[in-house]
Ligand binder design. Sequence first.
Ligand SMILES: *[C@@H]1O[C@H](CO)[C@@H](O)[C@H](O)[C@H]1NC(C)=O
Ligand SMILES: *[C@@H]1O[C@H](CO)[C@@H](O)[C@H](O)[C@H]1NC(C)=O
Ligand SMILES: *[C@@H]1O[C@H](CO)[C@@H](O)[C@H](O)[C@H]1NC(C)=O
Ligand SMILES: *[C@@H]1O[C@H](CO)[C@@H](O)[C@H](O)[C@H]1NC(C)=O
Ligand SMILES: *[C@@H]1O[C@H](CO)[C@@H](O)[C@H](O)[C@H]1NC(C)=O
Ligand SMILES: *[C@@H]1O[C@H](CO)[C@@H](O)[C@H](O)[C@H]1NC(C)=O
Ligand SMILES: *[C@@H]1O[C@H](CO)[C@@H](O)[C@H](O)[C@H]1NC(C)=O
Ligand SMILES: *[C@@H]1O[C@H](CO)[C@@H](O)[C@H](O)[C@H]1NC(C)=O
Ligand SMILES: *[C@@H]1O[C@H](CO)[C@@H](O)[C@H](O)[C@H]1NC(C)=O
Ligand SMILES: *[C@@H]1O[C@H](CO)[C@@H](O)[C@H](O)[C@H]1NC(C)=O
Ligand SMILES: *[C@@H]1O[C@H](CO)[C@@H](O)[C@H](O)[C@H]1NC(C)=O
Ligand SMILES: *[C@@H]1O[C@H](CO)[C@@H](O)[C@H](O)[C@H]1NC(C)=O
Length: 510
Amino acid sequence: MRYSHSAPSLFAGMSYLSAAVQAQTGYGAPPPAPSCKAANTTVDLGWYPPVKSDVNTLSTVINGTGVYGFVFNSSQAPLDTYNWCNMPHTNVATYPKVNDSSYKLQYVEVIHRHHKRTPYAANTFPVESYAWECSDEGLFFGGKPINPYGNKSASTYWEVYTSPSNPLVPEGFNGTCQFPQISRGGLDDSHQHGDDLKAVYGNMLGFIPEQYNPNVISYRVTNNVITSQVASMLIAGMYPSRANQDTPLLIQPDSIDSLEPAYTCSVASTLFSSYGSGSKAPAWLAHLNDSASLYATLDRISGVNPNASDWHVSFDHYFDNLSARLCHSKALPCNIANTTDCVTMAEADEVFRLGEYEYSFIYRDSNQSLPASVGSYGIWVAELAQNLRHAMGEGGSSVQNASSIRYRHNVAHDGSISRLLAILQIERMVWPGMGAEVIFELYEKAGCYFLRVLWGGQIMTSSHPALGRLDMLPVETLLAYLDGLVGVGASKVPGICQTPECAFDGEGCA
Ligand SMILES: *[C@@H]1O[C@H](CO)[C@@H](O)[C@H](O)[C@H]1NC(C)=O
Ligand SMILES: *[C@@H]1O[C@H](CO)[C@@H](O)[C@H](O)[C@H]1NC(C)=O
Ligand SMILES: *[C@@H]1O[C@H](CO)[C@@H](O)[C@H](O)[C@H]1NC(C)=O
Ligand SMILES: *[C@@H]1O[C@H](CO)[C@@H](O)[C@H](O)[C@H]1NC(C)=O
Ligand SMILES: *[C@@H]1O[C@H](CO)[C@@H](O)[C@H](O)[C@H]1NC(C)=O
Ligand SMILES: *[C@@H]1O[C@H](CO)[C@@H](O)[C@H](O)[C@H]1NC(C)=O
Ligand SMILES: *[C@@H]1O[C@H](CO)[C@@H](O)[C@H](O)[C@H]1NC(C)=O
Ligand SMILES: *[C@@H]1O[C@H](CO)[C@@H](O)[C@H](O)[C@H]1NC(C)=O
Ligand SMILES: *[C@@H]1O[C@H](CO)[C@@H](O)[C@H](O)[C@H]1NC(C)=O
Ligand SMILES: *[C@@H]1O[C@H](CO)[C@@H](O)[C@H](O)[C@H]1NC(C)=O
Ligand SMILES: *[C@@H]1O[C@H](CO)[C@@H](O)[C@H](O)[C@H]1NC(C)=O
Ligand SMILES: *[C@@H]1O[C@H](CO)[C@@H](O)[C@H](O)[C@H]1NC(C)=O
């Protein structure tokens, strides 16, 4: 908020940006007028509880039926419905058009979870009753000289196989997949996601150019390769001319990656495990205790050892295990030794209710969710704040030599989206399913700047009274909130991450 901005620095190095693009979008609008800078904006940094609903009410989770109309068994579902396999995202049919034409779109930042995939090996049963084949897609890995180009490179891809001379049985399913990898269906969903965003921000709003322009658009992925698998399809969905073309994906070093997030914040990890998965907190143990008989059934059918703690500290593994099958039209599993002893749909639904409950608990219902998420996702939100400021003519962006980028696209994970939703204090928390999307839209009107936040393509509502319905919020309010929590440039995060646990739980430091 106290940048002594200088307009010339924004435009330095921008001469290569075509005049046509500038005229089309008006990017490079003046810095905010002094009257709306609100340099003294202060926002309460407290936690506000989410609304109470079936998702976070233990009695409906344990004794209810169904999963609130949520979809778990197909990528195709109504565009306004929670669909674990393919969450609703921004598209032409449901986009909430801004009716007041005096608001001019200036900057867009998209973040979403990767699309549907095979399960993580750790979430597969000891012995699977069927194989899973992925020979309908290639995962390309390779290297090629660039800057300057040298000899050409073959487009090489992985072909998973097992050898009769290798006596070891792989973890997970037999077959030709990696666990995890984005599935063929997930690649198709990624392509459609890109196509839909282009239809809104390109064709409909004329905000991004018709043709790919790396000076205007940039893509970022995490160190987990499945996000690159999504990006490669999504980019060709947005820009068909990129098919088979070399296209950069921004990535931070694994040890400090803020998007995944992969940086170490032991205070946040300790805090999460003090009240959530793995903890002995009574509020957490209640739902596990109440589902003891469900656990016994699942363990009997799957062959998972009832002592296997990672399967029993939360429903994460069973949730992933069952939902990945359904999203790919595979049967619910049966006992290897008794093929009529199978997981029922009602049992799967209960697992899904429990998983939704856990995400709401960890990321919203517990008042620890805010400090834990601020520590572990504070750097990404500081980068977002910097990008917003840059788009308003206040200082550089979070990426060097990227001063004219007006559309940033981040492909991330459920852990990224959940922490972001925790920081924004979303009113109704759910487990962010495949492709789950948040978009930040920065508008300028009469020299002042405003922010809209879309969740699943619709305007998000926060429980924080200063944020509320995130529809043309004066941007200074969000910036004051984020600065207060994490500091400009995430300056507070290293300190937050190093603060001994005793500073949080009130116990003395030994
Ligand atoms: C905050 O700024 C506004 C103008 O932006 C001013 O009217 C108000 O007096 C200021 N409040 C304080 C406490 O400085
Ligand atoms: C579920 O129903 C049973 C039987 O009515 C009851 O004893 C139990 O307390 C209920 N569980 C919850 C969490 O409400
Ligand atoms: C998906 O699940 C719903 C509700 O359980 C069911 O009605 C529908 O037939 C299922 N669809 C498919 C494709 O299995
Ligand atoms: C714009 O106006 C239409 C028609 O009145 C309305 O349905 C829509 O919700 C409005 N958009 C926003 C973002 O308020
Ligand atoms: C589910 O878990 C079982 C038991 O560990 C495992 O064999 C199976 O591969 C898993 N399946 C999925 C889809 O995760
Ligand atoms: C998986 O492969 C192993 C050998 O690697 C074999 O023993 C087992 O029967 C196979 N399982 C299935 C379900 O095909
Ligand atoms: C291309 O490969 C050939 C044969 O390996 C080699 O002689 C040549 O120097 C390479 N060219 C470049 C630009 O690296
Ligand atoms: C655990 O659940 C059982 C019923 O399954 C109940 O009798 C007991 O009170 C519960 N214990 C706790 C600590 O919630
Ligand atoms: C679980 O652990 C207990 C104590 O270590 C042991 O007695 C029991 O046999 C184990 N159960 C299984 C199924 O491995
Ligand atoms: C197989 O499972 C079914 C359904 O749970 C059960 O009724 C039957 O007794 C089981 N058979 C054996 C041999 O365990
Ligand atoms: C969080 O909630 C617990 C239990 O309700 C309460 O004791 C504690 O004071 C709260 N902490 C904060 C920071 O609000
Ligand atoms: C960034 O720009 C500076 C100054 O224009 C230049 O020296 C530097 O090489 C550029 N860095 C990259 C990675 O392009």
